[in-house]
Design a protein around this ligand. Sequence first.
Ligand SMILES: O=C(O)c1ccccc1N[C@@H]1O[C@H](COP(=O)(O)O)[C@@H](O)[C@H]1O
Length: 227
Amino acid sequence: MKRTLFRTRIKFCGMTRPGDVRLAGELGVDAVGFIFAADSPRRVDAEEARAMRVALAPMVSPVAVFRDNSSEEVRDVVRRVRPVLLQFHGNEEDAFCRSFGLPYLKAIAMGTGSGQGAVDFIALRVRYAGASGFLFDSHGAGESPGQGRTFDWSRLKPGIETPFFVSGGLTADNVHDAALALLPWGVDVSSGIERSPGLKDGDLMRRFVEEVRRADCAELGKSCEAG
Ligand SMILES: O=C(O)c1ccccc1N[C@@H]1O[C@H](COP(=O)(O)O)[C@@H](O)[C@H]1O
């Protein structure tokens, strides 16, 4: 999408401890994700997520992340955790995703490596007409997300007109390049800020945020020079 603001949103995903949620807020992160997918090592239940929600700083958005959960499970999380955004990583279709009355992001499985074509963004917009945005992640269709691998970023061509997030294998070492190459609405990270699945590392969290802000400053500098 055409860049008019120069702040890349940051979402830290797979939170399992209130202390990590608190630190994310202090670092200026925009959103934190609680994962309810059955097969995730970062899975939390609604009560654990509720306890972490209490640790959220003002203006930090709680996001509920699912992968082929039942509608009863999603409804239960919505009622008990009160997320402001839903994120769906499985085979969910638009009618299912929008049925909970909350904005949603649809995660798109990009697979790993290169050799696949550019993303057909128009087709995605048609298929997920109710989506607030997309999240391009590196897992293959049917694979578990959160494996810490990148995908071929060149498959995302400039000019995407809907907010999109980049995720999959982002770390403090590559997020600067990803942000500048793709100018995404936001970046999403889970394993790249962890010591082990679900246990975030304060230094990695801080470095990740610093690198995103460094990319934002570079982009802002370019546009100032261009007048
Ligand atoms: O992280 C998980 O375990 C997970 C499970 C089910 C759905 C989504 C999950 N995480 C998402 O994976 C991506 C990237 O993670 P990583 O940084 O490569 O580890 C991110 O969008 C998380 O929201």
